[in-house]
Structures are given as structure tokens and as C-alpha cells.
Design a protein around this ligand. Structure first.
Ligand SMILES: *Cc1c(COP(=O)(O)O)cnc(C)c1O
Length: 383
């Protein structure tokens, strides 16, 4: 079986974790700070705040953006549900913008059309690993008191006009779930150049308490104050030791992902029923996902059939994602439904994610390509 994504853990990762387990700090210790510092440097951002998941990172970003009841945040229709959920956590309302037909990145013209006097944030998603249209998005939010947030969970190691992801928006979030580029088990990070925002998110991840227990220890004091309502979104030193060890390999892993993508691109170049998404000039795609559109003009259920056929051959393809506003929760609470974002809904009928992870061998890439071409023939998409 070939999964669509998986982690890569080596002996040095295991040693790093064991070393932390033998130390006297399992949480809120030196590995957290070391991981934050290394990640800030990697992304070119001034500050990094590590948290317990990518979802917690998005929630903290919404806190930092000042989202509250009555505020709106514009999010793309095609993304993981957490991109929209984080707005609801803060009492705000997600507003869904359609995506571009060629890249499935949030469509700047639809963002502009959906701005109201209540819009306080735009969350761009670097879908599949390709950085969104940041120049256009900056132009749109400029002078409007709107925070631009990058949900860069798909794109560590990516770049836009030679600037790395993490330095492209006011706040950028990352995930360290095992299907993403580097694994902490669970983990997330927010990076920003705004020192005040970083400080508020650091307090937010620790219940809203303004000093951690080590600072109290240093002051020989038991006193602490909860200034605001926060959460326990802390990440452990065990997870950060793993993250730090994995981060060292990230540049090579992004290269490997790009190499695999080039092989897929070549293999499907002349196959008209399999259409990879466009990669725009000036972008360094980090390839969390390799997404193709299975053209349905000749066979309406082609994607479903290809999905089933590939899975029966042990190629665990997947679909990323159903438009978020079609989930029952959003239909029920916001009254959303079909017809809202036609480009996203049409794409959702056609998209398929092929296996993409650095540990995928050249031979396995060949197996996937062969299986896709044979499956297209089996279901009658090609002759
Ligand atoms: C994975 C992901 C998240 C959430 O990250 P977790 O670490 O699983 O909480 C958020 N947004 C996008 C686009 C993601 O892919």
C-alpha cells in the first residue's frame, strides 16, 4: 500500500526525543524556545510561537488579529475546515471566497467583492503548497484595517518572489501533523514580525496567564495573574525536540517533493483526462499535495471511479477538500449551501491528491504513475 502522505522518522529524530525524555524539562523548557528560534530563522520572521497544533496556531492568529463577535474573516472555500473554524472559535463569522480555477488558491477578486465594513481579516491558504497571490492580497487589505493571515500549513519551504512562506503576511501558521512536511506528532507554529502579537499569543497559549511558572520560580513568587481568557495550547519539549530534528531535513525534503512533482508533471503531460493544477511564475511550490483534476467532461463520475480503482490497487489517493461551507455544521449555523462558490464546487468534483512525501522512492513514483495510467484505461477514460 502507498499512502498519500506519511512522516519520515530516523534514528537521529529518535535520539533527540530520548535525550529530552532523560532531561528534567518535558514541557515549557529549552526545546520549545530552540524550535521557535530555528523556525523563525527558517522563515525569515522575527518571532515564532509554538503551540499544540496547526489549529491552535490559527486560533491564536485570530486572537492576534483581534477577531471577536460581529467581525468577519474571509477564507477560501477549498481548505481544511480548521481555516474557517478558528474564526468561529473567536466569535467571528467566516465568509467564504471562491478559488481560482487554475490553482485553487483564494481568488483575490472574490476577496475584494466579499469585503464589508465588518471584515477584519483575510486568511489565505497556500493550497497544496503553492503560495497564494500575496501582492494582490496586500493591495486589497492595505489601508482597510484588515489583517492578512497566511495559513501556510501546506507550504513550509515554499516561496513567493524569493521571499519564504512565513514572511508573506502579518501572521503565518504552520502544522506539524505527520501528514505535513515535518512531524511533531501534533504541533503548530505562528510566525510574525509583530512583537506585540507574538507576546499576546504566548499568553494565549498558557491560559491567558502573564508569567509562566519558571518566571515565577525565578522571582521566588507564587503569584500570577490571568489577564485575559486563554487556553492550554502549549506544546511539549518532547514534541519540539522532534520538530527541531525534523526541521534540519526540511530543505532537502522540499527538494525531493519538487523532484517527485516534476516526474508526475512529465508523466501526465500528454494525458488529457489528468490535469495537474497550474504552478504560477514567481512561486516556489512546496508540494504538501500533488493535486490533479480528473476531467469529467466525457464521464461525469470519472473521479469517483479513478479513486476507487486506484485504492483497489493499494494507491491511497485522497480528495482535498470538500468546500468548507458544504459541511453540515456550516449549513446549519450559517445557512450556507450549494451555489455559493461555483469554481470551488466544480473543482471539488474533479480533484484527486496523488501520493506525495519525501520517503516515496523513485520506484514507488513509477508504480503510482503506472497505476494511474492503467486505471484510466480500465475505467474507460482513455483507450
Ligand atoms: C493541517 C491543516 C490545518 C490544521 O493543522 P492541525 O495541526 O491538524 O491542527 C489547518 N489548515 C490547513 C490548510 C491544514 O492543512
Amino acid at each position: 500500500m502507498i499512502p498519500y502522505a506519511t512522516q519520515w522518522i530516523d534514528d537521529d529524530d529518535i535520539s533527540a526525543v530520548i535525550e529530552t525524555l532523560r532531561s528534567d524539562r518535558l514541557t515549557t523548557g529549552p526545546a520549545v524556545k530552540a524550535f521557535e528560534d530555528a523556525f523563525a530563522e527558517f522563515t525569515g520572521a522575527a518571532h515564532a510561537v509554538a503551540v499544540s497544533s496547526g489549529t491552535a496556531a490559527l486560533h491564536a492568529a485570530m486572537l492576534a488579529a483581534g477577531i471577536g463577535p460581529g467581525d468577519e474573516a474571509i477564507v477560501p472555500a477549498i481548505t481544511f475546515a480548521a481555516t474557517a473554524n478558528c474564526v468561529v472559535y473567536q466569535g467571528g463569522t467566516p465568509v467564504f471566497a471562491d478559488v481560482r480555477e487554475d490553482t485553487l488558491l483564494i481568488d483575490p477578486s472574490d476577496v475584494e467583492a466579499k469585503i464589508t465594513s465588518s471584515t477584519r481579516a483575510v486568511i489565505a491558504v497556500d493550497y497544496a503548497g503553492q503560495p497564494a497571490d500575496y501582492d494582490d492580497l496586500h493591495t486589497i487589505v492595505e489601508g482597510r484595517n484588515i489583517t492578512l493571515v497566511a495559513d501556510a500549513c501546506h507550504a513550509p519551504g515554499g516561496a513567493y518572489r524569493d521571499r519564504p512562506t512565513g514572511s508573506l503576511a502579518d501572521l503565518s501558521t504552520f502544522s506539524f501533523h505527520p501528514v505535513k512536511h515535518i512531524a511533531c506528532g501534533e504541533g503548530g507554529m505562528i510566525v510574525t514580525d509583530d512583537a506585540d502579537a507574538a507576546e499576546r499569543m504566548t499568553v494565549f497559549r498558557n491560559h491567558g496567564i502573564t508569567s509562566d511558572y519558571r518566571a515565577r520560580e525565578e522571582k521566588c513568587s507564587w503569584e500570577y495573574e490571568m489577564e485575559s481568557l486563554g487556553f492550554n495550547y502549549r506544546i511539549t519539549d518532547i514534541q519540539c525536540a522532534l520538530g527541531l530534528s525534523q526541521l534540519k531535513k526540511l530543505p532537502a525534503w522540499v527538494e525531493r517533493r519538487r523532484q517527485i512533482a516534476r516526474r508526475y508533471d512529465e508523466a501526465f503531460r500528454d494525458v488529457h483526462c489528468i490535469e495537474p493544477l497550474s504552478v504560477l511564475p514567481g512561486r516556489r511550490h512546496a508540494y504538501h499535495l500533488y493535486v490533479v483534476r480528473v476531467k469529467t467532461d466525457r464521464m461525469p463520475s470519472a473521479r469517483r471511479k479513478l479513486f476507487d480503482e486506484l485504492r483497489s490497487r493499494g494507491i491511497m489517493v485522497n480528495v482535498h477538500y470538500i468546500p468548507v461551507y458544504l459541511h453540515p455544521y456550516y449549513r446549519r449555523t450559517l445557512g450556507t449551501g450549494p451555489g455559493m462558490c461555483p469554481v470551488a464546487e466544480c473543482a471539488y468534483e474533479e480533484i484527486l491528491s496523488l501520493p506525495m512525501y519525501p520517503k516515496l522512492s523513485d520506484e514507488e513514483v513509477g508504480t503510482v504513475i503506472g497505476a494511474v495510467l492503467e486505471s484510466c484505461r480500465t475505467i474507460g477514460l482513455t483507450d
